[in-house]
Structures are given as C-alpha cells and as structure tokens.
Ligand binder design. Structure first.
Ligand SMILES: Nc1ncnc2c1ncn2[C@@H]1O[C@H](COP(=O)(O)OP(=O)(O)O)[C@@H](O)[C@H]1O
Ligand SMILES: [Mg+2]
Length: 307
C-alpha cells in the first residue's frame, strides 16, 4: 500500500489557521507537515534539488502556502525559487508563486485586474515623488480623495486617506513607492462597509460584509463582520478577479460605488479566514482541505479517502 499522502503547510509561524488545516486534512487521511519556506534548502546534491524539512529529500504530494515572512530581496527570491521549482516538479502548489507574485504587490494586482477588464478603482503607482504629487493635484482638482497604501500591505495596516497635497507631502511611503487609489465614498455618510468573498476553484465558498465606523473595514481592524448573501454580479466579480491573478483560491475585497456598481479593492492569495469563519460558521479549512485532496492524484485519493 502506498504511504499516506502528505501536504506541506508553509508559514513562518503556525497558529490557528495551520491547526485548522491540519485537522481538516486529517479527515481526508492526509498528513500535514508544518514547515517554513525560510528553512528549506536548494541542494543540487539531491535528485530534486530541494531539501524541505521533515521530508527526507522526497517531494510532498502538495503544498499550501499560508505565509511568507518578510525578508531581504535575496531571501524572498530563494523562497520563490523553491515554490516555482515545486510547481515545475509537478507538485500542486496552492497558491502558486505566480499567484502570490500577482497579489502580494498591490500594483501588480491592480494591473492584472485592469488588463482583465475587471472593475477596480482608478490607481496610480510610481517611484517619483513629483509624479505622485502631480497625479494627486489633478485628482484633488477633480474633487477626489485618495488612499495611499503600502505596496505590500495587509490587514488595513499603514493605509492613509489623503485629501490635500499638504497631507500627501507629510507622508513617507514605505519603500519610497507611491500606490495611490481613488477613495470610494460610502453610500451612507460615515457608515463604511465592504465585502470579503472567498473563492475556491472558481466557486464562491463564503462571503461576509464588514461594517465599521472607521473607513478601514478589515476584520483585523475591529470591523463588525456579518454573513452576507451576495448577488450574481458580486460573485462573478470575485470569481473573475481570482482568475485574473491566477489564484486557485483567494479572498476578494469588494466595495460598492456611489452609482451602485461593485469594484474590487484587492485580491488576497494567502487570505486569513478566522473572521469569515466566525461570521458564517462555514468550515473553510474543510473546503481548502477538499480542494487540496482534489489536487492529489486520483489513485491516492481513492486509496486513502475516509469518506
Ligand atoms: N479605494 C478605497 N476606497 C475606500 N476604502 C478603501 C479603499 N481602499 C481600501 N479601503 C478600505 O481599507 C481596507 C483595506 O484596504 P485593502 O486594499 O483591502 O488593503 P489590505 O491589504 O490592508 O486589506 C478596505 O477593506 C477598505 O475598507
Ligand atoms: Mg483587504
């Protein structure tokens, strides 16, 4: 009998999300190995060129990337080399290095969405401070407010609303990169809301609305999260946005504009799901485990499935 399939969960710290996945994978008779991409070695003295802790130079049946720690350009390059190589060795990687590259950098996501014809707010990204100021001056003249976001931001951290050139001049953007986006004014003054929609393998699995008295509505920033039914337009937008960044699964943030249209704020290819789980009671880890099980060769699944 073949050995039980194993899946590596990559993260730099393994907490609640890893534990949820370990338990869910176990229900499909899949062993989870917890590892950190930073601890892997590129080793041309091995057949596959990769040494992943806990695997004794063999390859896993699949990989799920749950987090990549911040690092130098060189460190991140090595970690992405490992993910790219695993995919080239036909190991299912969930999400792939390509999808992660398309989403970890907000400018890249904006470009992917724009080029795929998917609604997303008008956005500019540049290095030149003069150019950023020119763009902002134009936008303020037209009556728009702007949002300045860190290129690699998450959980609503480091985002600033900018209403004047004087305010922009006080900002020192992280990494000297300006990512400026038109601010979407809430439909009801001072009541902010957006939606987080989780898509797995082309289907909406769970959705919630996030409400706050503050304009940044992330769960991590204390917004109230409620299970929410979404309409077909929102579902299509989330599914298409996920496809546009080549993600197999993603958490898509959608907001409604003054004219009633929906627009994509961002796509997360390594989304947290604690808030979504609490709001909807949907077993998201189980849905991810099922998606992982589908990626393991059919004979493995038939041989090992408990259901
Ligand atoms: N252009 C925008 N207009 C209005 N609100 C925004 C805009 N961009 C971001 N926000 C608010 O800030 C939150 C975080 O922004 P987001 O782009 O999703 O970055 P993060 O990766 O930090 O979650 C959004 O959920 C939304 O509440
Ligand atoms: Mg977000």
């Amino acid at each position: 009998m073949a050995s039980r399939p194993n899946i590596v969960i990559f993260n730099d710290t393994h907490g609640w999300h890893s534990r949820q996945l370990v338990d869910a994978l176990a229900r499909y008779n899949i062993t989870a190995i917890l590892a950190d991409l930073a601890d892997c070695t590129i080793d041309l003295d091995t057949k596959n060129g990769l040494a992943i802790p806990g695997l004794n130079n063999s390859l896993p049946d699949a990989i799920i990337v749950r987090g990549i720690a911040p690092g130098t350009l060189e460190q991140i390059t090595l970690r992405m080399d490992i993910l790219h190589t695993l995919a080239e060795l036909n190991v299912p990687v969930f999400n792939t290095a390509k999808a992660i590259e398309h989403t970890v950098d907000k400018a890249r996501t904006s470009l992917r969405l724009h080029l795929a014809g998917i609604n997303t707010p008008k956005t500019w990204a540049c290095e030149s401070i003069n150019k950023a100021h020119d763009i902002a001056a134009q936008q303020f003249k037209q009556g728009h407010t702007l949002v300045l976001k860190p290129l690699f931001g998450c959980q609503g951290k480091g985002i600033e609303k900018i209403t004047s050139l004087a305010e922009l001049k006080q900002q020192a953007p992280i990494g000297d990169a300006f990512y400026l986006q038109q601010y979407i004014t809430p439909l009801t003054p001072n009541q902010w809301q957006d939606w987080r929609i989780l898509v797995i393998d082309g289907k909406v699995i769970a959705s919630m609305s996030r409400h706050s008295k503050h304009w940044i509505t992330n769960f991590a920033q204390g917004a109230d999260c409620l299970a929410a039914a979404i309409n077909d337009d929102m579902a299509a937008l989330a599914i298409n946005a996920t496809k546009a960044v080549n993600a197999a699964y993603a958490g898509v943030d959608i907001i409604q504009t003054q004219n009633g249209d929906y627009t994509v704020l961002e796509v997360n290819s390594v989304p947290a799901w604690k808030g979504l789980h609490q709001a909807t009671r949907i077993d998201i880890a189980d849905q991810l485990a099922q998606a992982m099980a589908r990626r393991i060769t059919p004979s493995d699944i038939t041989e090992h499935a408990q259901y």
